[in-house]
Design a protein around this ligand. Structure first.
Ligand code: NAD
Ligand code: MG
Length: 398
């Protein structure tokens, strides 16, 4: 019997890598449902190849998609729309595995729906966990969902932790002999830029990551190190560990994907060529292993692995995220919302690269923090933080 997979965000970088892994194992997985946002041409090609039962697109794209389905003899594929459609496929009774690969806050409710439906949820959409932290983790526990990290660092940490770690009590303290998590960061494309040079970098330069090919938003996040900040928060929630047990280590080669240190002096690392198909395959099949096309690491060619501390003056976003995690409550939601708005403004060339962190910092100072009691408060705060961030951007001339 094959397992039915739902891919939220199938046309994105992670969505495409997921298809690449599934394609190698048609005897084990079928693509049951997919969602896309703007790229209908890519979606149509995916539908021709994988014949999903359901697709989800924004309402304004549905008519055009139906016409194209009619032309291509794909009439049997059901079209659903908007957030309601995303939630329907995420919690569908016939779905076994949900790949949460929508970018940003738009992924929150569909990802949470999959968790509440007790699915195996492969989490790429880190923003949803940053926003909803405890609520998402509690929902996973209550509904026996298996929330598995696809983010390469968290997948590496998961692989380096004791195998029963996910079942330990959630205390914020490291368990089972673990002493510390070492979260690795490539440092992004501007690792060796001066603060002065950072002021003039363009969106195009920011989106050109040295080791990974990714969507635009995460590429900019990697360049500001906000991505590492979001990942720090993600790690705290996934592994129930408070932020001072997580150290960020800059490792420009992206060969070690993160490490776990133990009280006996051991440090365990997961290594591999930087290709998201590896963590995707791991999360799909865990505790089994799936073959991928990713070549095994050749250490003779790799030659050098370097490590350094992150520069928090050049990359203040990382520290803003750590402070938000420390503050708790709605602070990570505010941080994430402001960052999404600031990154979009930078991509539209309305603000400078160095102003992204400035927008986030100002929004964190302006929006009132409170307990993240339920999802409605989180969504409301997300909206308010977006408005405040936008207002600040306009105020600085953006
Ligand atoms: P991407 O921009 O390539 O793809 C994003 C996907 O989300 C697309 O399919 C798009 O159609 C969909 N989408 C965008 N806005 C939407 C909206 N408002 N409503 C519904 N769908 C929408 O992004 P990506 O690089 O694939 O990243 C996806 C997620 O995975 C992000 O949260 C990112 O942080 C995370 N992630 C990505 C990588 C990577 O290597 N690309 C690695 C680790 C984690
Ligand atoms: Mg990552």
């Amino acid at each position: 019997m094959t397992q039915a997979v739902c891919i939220l965000g199938v046309t994105g970088s992670i969505g495409q890598s997921t298809l690449k892994v599934l394609e190698q194992h048609p005897d084990q997985y079928t693509v049951f449902a997919v969602s896309a946002y703007s790229r209908l041409d890519e979606l149509l090609e995916i539908c021709k190849k994988y014949h999903p039962k359901i697709v989800v697109v924004p309402n304004e794209k549905a008519f055009e998609l139906q016409q194209r389905f009619n032309q291509e003899n794909l009439k049997q594929i059901e079209i659903l729309t908007d957030e309601a459609g995303l939630i329907t496929i995420a919690e569908h009774v016939d779905v076994d595995i949900v790949m949460a690969a929508i970018v940003g806050a738009a992924g929150l409710l569909p990802t949470l729906a999959a968790v509440k439906a007790g699915k195996r949820v492969l989490l790429a959409n880190k923003e949803s966990l940053v926003m909803s932290g405890d609520i998402m983790m509690q929902a996973a526990k209550q509904n026996n969902a298996l929330l598995l990290p696809v983010d390469s660092e968290h997948n590496a940490i998961f692989q380096s932790l004791p195998h029963n770690y996910l079942n330990t009590e959630r205390t914020g303290q490291p368990q089972l002999g673990v002493s510390q998590i070492l979260l690795t960061a490539s440092g992004g494309p501007f690792l060796n830029h001066s603060l002065e040079q950072l002021k003039d970098v363009t969106p195009q330069q920011a989106c050109k990551h040295p080791n990974w090919s990714m969507g635009q938003k995460i590429s900019v996040d990697s360049a500001t190190l906000m991505n590492k900040g979001l990942e720090l928060i993600e790690a705290c929630h996934l592994f129930s560990i408070s932020e001072h047990f997580v150290t960020v280590v800059v490792h420009p080669q992206s060969i070690i994907h993160s490490m776990v240190q133990y009280v006996d002096g051991s440090t365990l690392a997961q290594m591999g060529n930087p290709d998201m198909c590896t963590p995707i395959a791991h999360a799909l099949a865990w505790p089994k292993r799936l073959a991928t096309h990713v070549p095994a690491l050749n250490l003779f060619e790799t030659a050098q692995l370097n490590f350094q501390s992150p520069d928090l003056v050049k990359f203040p976003a990382l520290d803003l995220a750590r402070q938000a995690m420390r503050a708790g409550g709605l602070a990570p939601t505010i941080l994430n919302a402001a960052n999404e708005i600031a990154v979009a403004a930078f991509l539209q060339q309305r603000i400078r690269f160095t102003q992204i962190a400035e927008v986030v910092e100002n929004t964190l100072q302006t929006v009132q923090n409170a307990k993240a009691e339920n999802i409605d408060i989180i969504l409301q705060t997300d909206m308010i933080a977006r408005q405040i961030a936008e207002k600040y951007i306009v105020g600085i001339g953006g």
